[in-house]
Design a protein around this ligand. Structure first.
Ligand SMILES: [Zn+2]
Length: 378
């Protein structure tokens, strides 16, 4: 039994000023120094000093072309994440395929490569590191800062800490690990804000909401993510006021649905087995009812349904919501929303986890980078 690593998705006011400024700019997309000060509670002088340092180190860049008219000097010049210089390396190990990706410091995927791997074999991290080096080679001038390693650890019988050490040894980078479903939840959390900010929608988390549209995203508290695609499970994001972590990940593959369908485990009606064979509408009802049952057990503040089994057929979203709402013994309604990721979900989730070491300590990461590069270049 391995413990699933916690993924921190928001660090808040007890983190370093560099982290607070970087997270605020990342969340807002672009912000002036006075806007950052207002949002973080830091003084304008502190924000000014920190932003200058982050600009100097290539983590942020200024956009004087977008300065508000009438505001003179630095405070009115917006800054944004510098996406041209540093990258993260995301590695996702699945049961049949492994994915290596380069992500920028906003978590967007720049390039990715998928390799098949024989079922049941050990992941070849050495080969995956070479794939990462090839991707870096096709992006000259990009400097890697950290790596993220994501897998359905329990399902493939691997211990995250062992692989984390191995990937660190191979790349010289700080490595963060995440469980597959927790990493998908973290990516949803990170990119949802992008979606609401950008009017256009891309494959990086295309949202559809039922019930209370925008409240679901920002209400804080406990967010329950249910994932149904190649695997079935749930994870929760816990907002502790100053920090939000995605913790726990549990499988729903053998969740009892009551369907009369035999499962390889010997019982009948297990979710994964039922989803495989049930006709469309019945499958949608079963997924909605399962989401409702898990909601009642955990009593979250909002629920987000992620993965193609939930979102694959837009015509069935209403059926899922109706079953979700009908199967509740809770007194208050819990808003539910859908997020659809494209086929690049492995790359996106691994690159999201890879941002961890950078956001934990941005300045240490770029300082360490020089030493890492010298060692690797030797
Ligand atoms: Zn079963």
């Amino acid at each position: 039994m391995t413990r699933s690593p916690i993924i921190t998705v928001s660090r808040g006011r007890f983190s370093s000023t560099a982290t607070q400024v970087l997270e605020q700019v990342r969340a807002a997309g672009r912000a002036s120094r006075d806007e950052i000060a207002a949002a973080t509670g830091l003084s304008i002088a502190t924000v000014g000093r920190t932003a200058a340092l982050l600009v100097e180190r290539g983590l942020l860049r200024e956009r004087p072309d977008l300065a508000r008219p009438g505001v003179t000097g630095r405070p009115g010049v917006p800054v944004e994440i510098d996406t041209d210089h540093y990258v993260t390396i995301g590695v996702h190990v699945g049961r049949r395929i492994a994915t290596v990706a380069l992500g920028d410091l906003t978590g967007r995927v720049l390039a990715s490569q998928t390799v098949r791997r024989p079922l049941g074999t050990e992941p070849d991290l050495e080969q995956l590191s070479r794939e990462a080096a090839t991707l870096l080679g096709s992006h000259p001038g990009r400097v890697p800062l950290a790596a993220g390693l994501v897998a359905p650890w329990r399902e493939i019988g691997l211990v995250p800490t062992e692989r984390e050490a191995e990937l660190h040894e191979l790349t010289g980078l700080p490595v963060r690990t995440g469980d597959h479903i927790s990493a998908v939840a973290a990516a949803e959390f990170l990119h949802r804000r992008d979606n609401r900010r950008d009017s256009h929608r891309e494959s990086q988390g295309d949202s559809h909401r039922a019930g209370h549209p925008d409240r679901a995203a920002d209400a804080g508290g406990l967010t329950l993510y249910l994932y149904a695609r190649d695997t079935f499970g749930w994870s929760v994001a816990v907002d502790r006021g100053v920090q939000t972590d995605v913790t726990r990940a549990a499988s729903l593959a053998h969740f009892p649905t009551g369907a009369d369908v035999p499962c390889p485990c010997g019982r009948s009606g297990c979710l994964a087995a039922a989803i495989d064979v049930l006709p469309d509408v019945e499958r949608a009802r079963t997924l909605g009812a399962t989401a409702g049952s898990v909601r009642d057990m955990l009593s979250p503040d909002q629920v987000v349904l992620v993965g193609q089994a939930f979102t694959g057929d837009p015509g069935l979203l209403d059926v899922i919501v109706a079953a979700y709402e009908a199967h509740s013994a809770l007194e208050r309604p819990v808003p539910v929303s859908f997020t659809r990721f494209g086929s690049d979900i492995q790359a996106i989730s691994a690159c999201t986890v890879a941002l961890g070491p950078v956001l934990d300590d941005p300045l240490a990461c770029v300082e360490a980078d020089g030493a890492c590069r010298r060692r690797r270049g030797a």
